[in-house]
Design a protein around this ligand. Structure first.
Ligand SMILES: [Zn+2]
Length: 492
């Protein structure tokens, strides 16, 4: 079912619209409203723009948040405070007042101000909770009584163009919001009927976000040199791998933005198109009408391409066309769902691709994970336990000395955040990637032809200079970029 509806952009603050007090008689009544009443309150009927305009300027917690990358570069702008307690208090006030539109508006305003990627509104048996995903981890923001949930669901559905009277099947919708500072936000709203009522998850995408350059993602030293060699290739397949939410798409966009020059035709086949980049021909897949990655890729070959990006390789057909494209002189970038660089080779073999095709077409594999950074405002250094020091030394033994200065192992210090008002007392703020970048060389290629096991491929890749995910994580922990426990969280 395709119920996706685009609602007109709703500016968060629209100066031209007169302020309207949403606190009407109806909405000050105790927070007990049936779904029917909920959707019939005056505030719900008012267009979103008016209510949005009625809001006072957002409190400190939601001043425009700079991109982590941008802020580390300039370091000029004051970081917003992540004052979870203040947000909780404001939302609590709206709940007590029974002001559903205000509650929903505050929820969205706060979420967009502190770089929340997803808002979860989930009914449980007796209460409903709102959680925000911040830097990849969910945080409980507030709980409210179940009896106001139908009104909140109706409110969100109206704002995202969904049917309020349809509660039995999942629905997908969108909201577009422009913030005061000109950020264009796209909220993808998904509803799901659960045994306790409808659950709503909203993914927030900042369309005006600038694409960070590769080093800002965490690609450093020898890894960056490998990336530069990949970027200079006239043809071949480059794959980015990792679990969902490991930052694969960002890496592809950052790579494309380096390749994006007037001299080349870059075509992308995506589902969904997450950022729009000038100079690229970006195509949105529509699997329901059989326009999928494989058919997109076939079309690309008739469009005189130089560089082709395919959202994901999931099946034999797609990988085979990608390899054919590479062997006929094109550079193909894509993602694949595996755990490691070496595991990707095994996965492609399992898809039924012949070893000689893999060895000749695949030029590089980038495995990655996203980890949280140490909050720079409350960072402190400490000396780890001797046992951990030994473990780190053992893991980093034999790492390419061009990538990492072995002398740093003599006096290992790690970093952690004490917790402050900039990081919501978590000690962590922002995220970066840890990477394992494998370059196809003669040694690895000949092992693929022999159908060698993973362990042998891994040894050969390491001998060829590959830094493993764990090693890159340890190096970043020693440099004081990330807390060491983040490495254990994402790498087994
Ligand atoms: Zn902090």
């Amino acid at each position: 079912m395709d119920t996706q509806v685009e609602t007109p952009p709703a500016p968060l603050v629209d100066e031209s619209t007169p302020a309207v007090q949403p606190l009407t008689q109806a909405s000050t009544t105790p927070a007990v409203q049936s779904p029917a009443q909920g959707s019939a309150t005056p505030a719900v009927e008012a267009p979103a723009t008016q209510e949005l305009a009625s809001e006072p300027p957002p409190p400190k917690a939601v001043t425009p948040a700079e991109e982590e990358e941008a802020s580390t570069e300039s370091g000029k702008k004051e970081e917003p405070k992540l004052d979870i307690n203040h947000i909780k208090e404001e939302l609590q006030n709206s709940i007590i007042a029974g002001n559903i539109p205000q509650l929903v508006l505050h929820m969205i305003t706060y979420a967009t101000g502190i770089e929340v990627s997803d808002i979860h509104i989930e009914p449980m048996e007796k209460i409903v909770r709102i959680r925000f995903r911040i830097d990849g981890v969910l945080r409980l923001i507030i709980e409210y009584p179940s009896n106001i949930h139908p009104a909140i669901v109706s409110r969100v559905k109206i704002m995202s163009g969904l049917k309020i009277d349809e509660q039995r099947v999942p629905q997908d919708g969108r909201m577009q919001i422009t913030t005061e500072d000109g950020k264009n936000l796209d909220l993808r709203v998904s509803t799901l009927p659960t045994v306790n009522g409808e659950k709503i998850v909203s993914r927030i995408q900042d369309k005006s976000k600038t694409i960070p350059d590769l080093p800002n993602l965490g690609i450093q030293g020898e890894n960056m040199k490998k990336m530069e060699r990949f970027l200079a290739l006239p043809n071949g397949v480059i794959l980015v791998t990792g679990p969902t939410g490991s930052g694969k798409t960002n890496t592809l966009y950052s790579t494309l933005s380096r390749l994006n020059t007037v001299g080349v035709n870059i075509m992308t086949f995506e589902d969904p198109v997450e950022y729009q980049m000038d100079g690229l021909s970006q195509s949105q897949m529509k699997p329901d009408i059989d326009y999928d990655f494989a058919s997109g890729l076939r079309t690309a070959l008739r469009q005189d391409p130089d560089i082709i990006m395919v959202g994901e390789i999931r099946d034999q057909e797609t990988i085979e066309i990608a390899i054919r494209a590479a062997l006929t002189g094109h550079l193909v970038l894509s993602t694949i769902h595996t755990n490691s660089a070496v595991g990707t080779l095994t996965r492609i073999t399992d898809m039924g691709v012949k070893g000689f095709l893999i060895a000749s077409a695949i030029r590089g594999i980038i495995a990655q994970r996203l980890v949280r950074r140490v909050c720079k405002y409350c960072k402190e250094l400490y000396t780890p336990e001797p046992k951990l020091v030994e473990e780190i030394k053992k893991e980093l033994e034999g790492v390419d000395p061009n990538h990492f200065d072995i002398k740093k192992l003599e006096n290992i210090q790690l970093a952690r955040g004490k917790g402050c008002d900039k990081c919501g007392d978590t000690g962590k703020k922002g995220r970066m990637g840890i990477f394992e970048i494998m370059e196809m060389d003669r040694e690895v290629g000949s092992l693929i032809l022999k159908n060698a096991p993973d362990t042998e491929l891994m040894d050969a890749a390491k001998k060829g200079g590959m830094i493993t995910l764990k090693q890159d994580g340890y190096i970043k922990a020693i440099q004081g970029d990330i807390p060491i426990e983040e490495v254990y969280r994402v790498v087994q």
